[in-house]
Ligand binder design. Structure first.
Ligand SMILES: [Zn+2]
Length: 103
């Protein structure tokens, strides 16, 4: 291989490394956003679990916005009971149904 061809090859490698570096930076930003979003969702989940626990402890009927929200959440396939609140539901859950009866 002549020296000119080697030089061209090195330049091509430099270009590819530059592209990799840029791609790496973009992935880093994306992961940073995902970590932040995950943190917010985890916090929201904690608050919702706490709210569900309070609803579950109350014996009074759940009404209005909360009732609609819980009903929709159950229809969307999530637990609304304080045992498994927020996790994906596989089939019916007696605890959830008990919660829904108060809605
Ligand atoms: Zn459940």
């Amino acid at each position: 291989m002549d020296k000119q061809a080697m030089l061209r090859q090195i330049e091509q490698l430099q270009d590819r490394i530059g592209e990799f570096y840029q791609e790496l930076g973009e992935l880093k930003l994306l992961i940073s956003d995902l970590i932040e979003e995950n943190g917010q969702l985890a916090l929201e989940n904690v608050k919702l679990r706490e709210r569900a626990r309070l609803y579950a402890e109350e014996k009074t009927p759940i009404q209005g916005e909360a009732a609609r929200y819980l009903g929709q959440l159950y229809e969307d396939g999530f637990h609304i009971c304080n045992v498994n609140y927020g996790s994906l539901r596989k089939g019916e859950c007696l605890f959830c149904l008990q919660s829904l009866q108060r809605v």
